[in-house]
Design a protein around this ligand. Structure first.
Ligand code: HQG
Length: 177
C-alpha cells in the first residue's frame, strides 16, 4: 500500500469510521498510537510506528497530529464522528475562501454554506487552496466569505492545528461572489 492510500485510510478511520478496524477515539478525537498500529496490522494494513511518523510528517495538508508525548494521534479536522477537538474561538481574517463545485452554486446562493456531515464548514485563507478543494468534484468555483463581518455579527470561528478555518455555517448574505 503506497503512502497516499495509507494516508487516506488513516483519514477514514481517524475521521469517519474508527469501528472499521475496531479502533476507539476518545472524546477529543485521539486514538492510542499502539492501538492504531495493532488494529491496522490485524486488518492486513501494513502500518508501523516509523511509517506512521513519516506519513504524518510528509502529509501535504498536515492532516494528522501526535500529542506531546507522541502516544496518541488524531486528525486535526474533517471528522464526521462526534468528537470535540477543543479549539478556542479565534478572530478570523476579513476574507476567507471556500472552493465548491459549480453544480452546488444555485443551492448555496439560497441556503448559504452548510456543514453537511462534517462538524463545520471549512474555509481557507488561500483562494488557490480553496480552488483545489472545490476541484475534487469537477468544475469548481471559489467563493469569498466575509468572515470579518460574520464575526462582528456574532458567528464563531475556530482554526484547526493545520490551519483550516472552521465555522458552523455561512449565511448567503456573507458570500461575496
Ligand atoms: C457543499 C478536504 C449544496 C460544499 C478539504 C462542499 C476540506 C453545499 C460539499 C475538507 C451547500 C461538502 C472539507 C449547500 C455546502 N448546497 N452544496 N447549501 N453548502 N455545500 O467534503 O469543504 O483533503 O464535506 O461546498 O481540504 O469540500 O479531506 O466539504 O463542496 O478542508 O483533508 O457541500 O476536506 O480536506 O463537502 O471539504 P465536504 P469540503 P481533506
Amino acid at each position: 500500500m503506497d503512502d497516499v492510500r495509507l494516508s487516506k485510510f488513516l483519514s477514514l478511520v481517524l475521521r469517519h469510521q474508527p469501528e472499521k478496524i475496531g479502533l476507539l477515539l476518545d472524546p477529543s478525537g485521539w486514538a492510542e498510537v499502539d492501538a492504531l498500529i495493532a488494529a491496522c496490522q490485524k486488518h492486513q494494513i501494513p502500518l508501523t510506528r516509523d511509517r506512521l511518523e513519516q506519513i504524518v510528517a510528509d502529509n501535504d495538508k498536515q492532516r494528522f497530529e501526535f500529542d506531546e508525548a507522541g502516544l496518541r494521534i488524531r486528525a486535526s479536522q474533517g471528522h464526521s464522528v462526534p468528537v470535540d477537538l477543543g479549539y478556542a474561538r479565534e478572530v478570523p481574517p476579513e476574507l476567507l475562501y471556500h472552493g465548491t463545485a459549480e453544480k452546488f452554486i444555485s443551492s448555496i446562493r439560497v441556503q448559504g454554506l452548510l456543514k453537511g456531515k462534517r462538524h463545520h464548514v471549512h474555509l481557507s485563507t488561500d483562494p488557490i487552496m480553496a480552488g483545489k478543494v472545490g476541484s475534487r468534484r469537477g468544475a469548481s468555483v471559489i467563493l469569498t466569505v466575509q468572515a470579518g463581518a460574520m464575526h462582528r455579527a456574532g458567528h464563531e470561528f475556530f482554526i484547526s492545528t493545520n490551519g483550516v478555518w472552521l465555522t458552523e455555517r455561512v449565511p448567503a448574505e456573507f458570500l461575496l461572489q
